[in-house]
Design a protein around this ligand. Structure first.
Ligand code: NAD
Length: 290
């Protein structure tokens, strides 16, 4: 298949490389990132989109997605599908899909989970919003870049699934970290805490699979000086998107709101930038109640 790929950074680069390895003809465009081996370089985003059956975008945010979409939609062939895999706000995802559909194109929002490791190993999970036919057309590409693709519903449903999942993740990580910090102050050994909670009703992905305490549970960024992993600023981005969506949909999300505020403080005021999002544990460790 002829594919246009716009945004070849930490995630997009290895995703495009996997499409090339599987035998697809990929033309890429990025403002700064180098082209992975086998990806033909276009001089503009529109040039990457010309003649492509599927155009994939993997960009930093909704504003950039909207501007790239405005450039590529007029260049795309009738019937082609614009598939955005970035994490962006639901409103931008729906607006871009609407513009693509108005131009006679298919459109999917298909954000991912699995991080750079998943992008490199082709083990991402895709959560997609859009029409059945568009999902069916892009599914073989999801199968190359990932291990699972869930069709979540109409346009925006993929982004909705992504931010709801990551709101749970942010809240749960904070709860796990504050519980470890409390356990420390109560004199409870961290390994014992893990042994109990990981098989009791407090278990979670953050405790069982990504334990924020160094030397406890499976290997995680905590065992590597809290080097990301999943950076605190990306967690903040996703929590902010969840709160933007909550305001837009008039949903009451007090825990998500507080998690966003705690990660904002951590990233902007407390040297959390560049740390894994599980570095909330050393943050809580150092603090008292005041
Ligand atoms: P990145 O910053 O490494 O890559 C983004 C790329 O987009 C950069 O190479 C940049 O040069 C390019 N770009 C920016 N504006 C452009 C434009 N106008 N035209 C063409 N290229 C442009 O970011 P990333 O880590 O690859 O993340 C991409 C998206 O995936 C984000 O929305 C992020 O939230 C999401 N995501 C990231 C991870 C992760 O672990 N890194 C996990 C899941 C989802």
């Amino acid at each position: 298949m002829k594919i246009g790929f716009i945004g070849l950074g930490n995630m997009g680069g290895p995703m495009a490389a996997n499409l090339v390895k599987a035998g697809h003809a990929v033309t890429g465009f990025d403002l700064t990132a180098p082209m992975p081996e086998g990806v033909s370089k276009a001089e503009t985003a529109a040039e990457a989109a010309v003649g492509a059956e599927v155009v994939i975008t993997m960009l930093p945010n909704g504003a950039i997605l909207r501007s790239v979409a405005a450039e590529v939609i007029p260049a795309m062939s009738a019937g082609a599908v614009l598939c955005d895999c970035s994490t962006v706000d639901v409103d931008s995802a729906r607006a871009v899909a609407g513009e693509a559909q108005a131009a006679g194109l298919g459109a999917l929002d298909a954000p991912v989970s699995g991080g750079v490791g998943g992008a490199t190993n082709g083990t991402l999970t895709f959560m997609a919003g859009g029409a059945d036919a568009d999902f069916a057309k892009v599914k073989p590409l999801f199968d190359i870049m990932g291990q699972k693709a869930v069709h979540c519903g109409a346009s925006g449903a993929g982004q909705a699934a992504k931010i709801c999942n990551n709101m749970i993740l942010g809240v749960t990580m904070i709860a796990t970290c504050e519980a470890f910090a409390l356990a420390d102050k109560l004199g409870l050994d961290r390994q014992k805490m893990f042994d109990v909670v990981s098989t009791s009703s407090g278990y979670s992905w953050t405790m069982n699979a990504y334990c924020p305490a160094p030397g406890v549970g499976p290997t995680s960024p905590a065992d590597n000086g809290y080097k990301p992993g999943f950076a605190a600023e990306l967690m903040l981005k996703d929590l902010n998107l969840s709160q933007q969506a909550a305001v837009s949909a008039d949903a009451d999300t007090p825990m998500g709101q507080l998690a966003a505020e705690l990660y904002r403080r951590f990233v902007e005021d407390e040297a959390g930038r560049g740390m894994d999002f599980s570095a909330m544990l050393p943050r809580f460790e150092k603090r008292g109640r005041a």
